[in-house]
Design a protein around this ligand. Structure first.
Ligand code: 13P
Ligand code: SF4
Length: 374
């Protein structure tokens, strides 16, 4: 298929049931909103579980029954027996929850506009076309595709069909090891930085090729044939922002500074930091820090703000100060939306339901189950 066709077929929003916030919910005052959310939660009782990713704003996190990283939230979703799972996160996370929960459970994403741009950088349609080129470049190799949790269900389904699996930032190295037990090469999508950091962790940094689907120059068939790990050229703009200059600045400002970053950061930043890990690892590290220690956090700014509130005894600072970004996709989960979807559930109406097509869900579940079993 021609790239031009793929471009026109790619879309930011995967669902056409996008419902906007009604006028009456747009200007709610915080105190009233908090009471209404809690009242709706009480009314729904055990029929409801609210999950919140670590990057959600305070006004969402404080109403979540469980707050965590992508991996923990997928485990919580799998274990939830509530009829409704309301997901404070982005589309790919809610899709994963729908895939992993039973058919009689309903997953609701308060705002359908919460779509991770990185997940949109590798759509199944596009990967399917690239797969033909990559397998042609290395005809004798067994290539195992591994997709980061930050991808849509159709790509997870594609990976399952090709014998691959899903990984998160907390288990990427283990999933790569699993893949190398089954094949000769790994195609990792969509985050090249997590892929490169994982290759380093496994001592395979010398055998990495990049595949830029948008750039004919960025597709080197010979390099693909030579390399063990092929990285799709996707990235997260929130994490790409961090540079080694930020690490140097923070070390100059605080002589006792410890630096921890998310593995979606560039390789040189992870190398310059003291530690790297998923959002759950970042939370645990700060929770275990001694009072008075300084920890500079290289990830989405809401998590840094939470850590400052949750651990006032630790000196938690954002790695790039005022320049640290929030995630535009996560930000779409506005607490007014949360109020609306919960009150609608109380009234017996389901809004902004995420429902992955059955065949796609079945396959994507295979790729996710492989991860959960590793
Ligand atoms: P975690 O899996 O570490 O929670 O990260 C999710 C994410 O979107 C990072 O940008
Ligand atoms: Fe996607 Fe980056 Fe936002 Fe995570 S922080 S959801 S990878 S855009």
């Amino acid at each position: 298929m021609e790239t031009a066709d793929i471009e026109t077929d790619l879309s930011l929003f995967k669902y056409d049931n996008l419902e906007q916030l009604p006028e009456a919910y747009r200007e709610l005052e915080e105190g009233e909103r908090r009471d209404r959310i809690e009242a709706a939660k009480e009314e729904l009782g055990d029929d409801l579980v609210v999950l919140g990713h670590n990057y959600q704003r305070r006004e969402i996190v404080e109403h979540a029954d469980f707050v965590g990283d992508s991996y923990q939230l997928s485990v919580e979703a799998a274990e939830a027996d509530a009829e409704y799972v309301v997901f404070g996160g982005v589309t790919f996370m809610a899709e994963s929850a729908d895939i992993i929960t039973d058919d009689d459970q309903t997953v609701i994403l308060p705002s359908m506009e919460a779509s991770c741009p990185m997940a949109g950088m590798a759509e199944a349609l596009q990967v399917d076309a690239a797969w033909a080129e990559i397998t042609e470049a290395a005809p004798d190799a067994d290539i195992v595709p591994v997709t980061y949790m930050n991808s849509y269900a159709d790509l997870k389904a594609f990976c399952a069909e090709q014998g691959g699996a899903v990984c998160t930032s907390s288990n990427a190295h283990e999933v790569f090891e699993w893949a190398f037990e089954r094949g000769d090469k790994v195609l990792f999508l969509p985050d090249k930085h997590l892929g490169e950091n994982t290759a380093h962790r496994l001592g395979m940094a010398e055998s990495v090729a990049e595949w830029d689907p948008w750039d004919p120059e960025g597709k080197d068939a010979e390099e693909v044939a030579r390399s063990d790990i092929i990285l799709w050229d996707g990235y997260c703009q929130v994490h790409e922002r961090f540079g080694t200059d930020h690490v140097e600045q923070v070390r100059a400002e605080y002589d006792d500074a410890n630096v921890i970053v998310h593995p979606e950061c560039r390789r040189e930043v992870v190398e310059a930091a003291d530690a790297a890990g998923s959002t759950a690892t970042i939370c645990e590290t700060v929770a275990e820090a001694d009072p008075g220690e300084t920890w500079a956090i290289g990830t989405e700014i809401h998590l840094t703000n939470h850590l400052q509130r949750w651990h006032p005894e630790v000196n938690v600072v954002p790695l790039c100060g005022e320049a640290c970004m929030d995630c535009n996709a996560m930000r779409q989960i506005d607490p007014n939306y949360l109020t609306w979807v919960l009150e609608e559930l109380v009234a017996g109406r389901e809004r902004n339901v995420i429902e992955v097509a059955p065949r796609e869900a079945e396959l994507a579940n295979v790729a996710m189950e492989r991860m959960l079993e590793i």
